[in-house]
Design a protein around this ligand. Structure first.
Ligand code: ZN
Ligand code: ZN
Length: 446
């Protein structure tokens, strides 16, 4: 385990940084508290939008995706996607009307080269054949240990996301999902933060190659979507929006509100950097204050989303305090936005998430059910057969219900006013001040 002072260079270091050490905050940083009197009205939930009932969903999946495996002891254990798919299957999500589960081809080199350097692809292939580190390319580090077949496994993940993008773009299905994808940290020439090939970036690049003129990417992983942002930082055709724990306390150390896009693309990167301790209500308030307005201003033709489940309170690598109920509320909001702003074209990917049993399977089962237009009753029990499977595969006790306790998550909308002394409102304001003028929006409008 590397020393933890440079905690912005490794995802693994965070396990050693206790939440309470970071800012001395021990509870939720919410929109209540001392400034609450400034708000003009009470709580609300996210506004309903166009109907999202009974949508078509193509799930890109086969067992080969579990070969993306850094080995024993690594936090990104593929059992998380195995258990998520098993839970979705047991609850009938994968056999619902309009839902298909399909295989796909691995991304070939020509596809990977849309984002990655040829030399890096060769290095990944070499490392995966020999087991030898290529540290120049981030391979063989504590975060990204080399494993045999690494190139093939990572190319499969990228292939699944491209297959989803293609199916949505050509109109074969309105929505597609690759829960093994969302490897948003991979850079053009280096692996980073457990990510070898950047499947969302490759999928977006494929869309641009095939005629898309405006693609929006929204990343709700607790970590900044740095690799996707970097791939399109100077490209006005791609809007990237990332909500994450502040880079002051979390890997990868980027994602400040001041990162708004390169020359010719100002306003096409939007970063919401939230303080440790942010919980459901404050997180949803931030989402609602930034994401819908930015998407409406950009008018994408297709929405690509990354659903890292590591903003959950139980995640061992980060310090936000969301629940599964806050997460599914955000998934529903993104689904409605896909219909409202992107003609219903939506590709959803997984992402981080290191609470393998209590969090990831339920979060992504909710995601798939939402994308199918058939959201699950949060009060539903998890099937006994699935709990049995969990016990056998992990020796852990599975969660009994699909909820963490809240049927509806309410929050105070930005429109009701803000409190300049509240740390979450400060974060929202910083983002709106930095990015909104470039999008033709008023940062202070409520
Ligand atoms: Zn839909
Ligand atoms: Zn993450």
């Amino acid at each position: 385990m590397p020393a933890c002072v440079p905690w912005l260079t490794s995802q693994l270091c965070y396990r050693m940084a206790r939440f309470s050490d970071l800012l001395g905050v021990s509870g939720e940083v919410g929109a209540s508290g001392p400034g609450a009197g400034r708000y003009r009205e009470g709580m609300s939930s996210l506004a309903p939008g166009p109907s999202t009932e009974g949508c078509g969903l193509r799930v890109l999946w086969d067992e080969r995706l579990t070969s993306y495996d850094f080995g024993p002891g690594h936090p990104m254990n593929p059992v998380r996607v195995e258990l998520a798919m098993a839970l979705a299957r047991e609850l009938g999500v994968l056999t619902a009307p309009g839902v298909t589960v399909e295989r796909f081809d691995a991304a070939d080199d020509a596809l990977l080269r849309l984002v990655h350097d040829e030399e890096y692809i060769a290095a990944v292939r070499h490392a995966g054949q020999t087991g030898l580190a290529e540290e120049r390319h981030g391979l063989g580090t504590a975060d990204n240990p080399v494993f045999l077949g690494m190139h093939e496994a990572a190319a499969l993940v990228a292939g699944a996301s491209v297959a989803g993008a293609r199916a949505v773009w050509t109109g074969e299905t309105p929505h597609a999902a690759n829960i093994a994808g969302g490897l948003h940290h991979a850079l053009a020439g280096a692996a980073s933060g457990f990510c070898v090939y950047n499947d969302p970036a490759v999928a977006i690049a494929w869309l641009l190659e095939n005629g898309a003129e405006r693609v929006a990417y929204v990343d709700v992983d607790v970590h900044h979507g740095d690799g996707v942002q970097a791939a399109f930082y100077d490209d006005p055709r791609v809007l990237t929006i990332s909500l994450h724990e502040t880079p002051r306390t979390l890997f990868p150390g980027t994602g400040f509100p001041s990162e708004t896009g390169g020359p010719g693309a100002h306003g096409t990167a939007v970063n919401v950097a939230l303080p440790p301790g942010t919980g459901d209500a404050a997180w949803l308030r931030a989402f609602d204050a930034v994401v819908p307005a930015a998407l409406r201003a950009f008018r994408p033709q297709i929405l690509v989303t990354q659903h890292g489940a590591d903003a959950h309170a139980l995640d061992p690598l980060a310090h936000l305090l969301l629940t599964v109920d806050g997460q599914r509320t955000a998934y529903a909001a993104l689904h409605r936005l896909a219909h409202e702003v992107a003609g219903g074209r939506w590709l959803a990917t997984g992402g981080g998430g290191y609470e393998l049993v209590q969090v990831v399977p339920r979060a992504w089962t909710h995601l798939l059910a939402e994308a199918a237009g058939r959201p699950l009753d949060p009060a539903a029990e998890t099937p006994a057969d699935w709990r049995e499977l969990v016990r056998g595969r992990t020796d852990e006790v599975a969660p009994r219900r699909m909820t963490d306790g809240s049927a509806t998550v309410e929050f105070r909308r930005w429109e009701t006013g803000y409190d300049p002394a509240n740390p979450v409102d400060q974060a929202i304001l910083a983002t709106r001040r930095a990015a909104f003028p470039e999008l033709g929006l008023d940062p202070l409008e409520t």
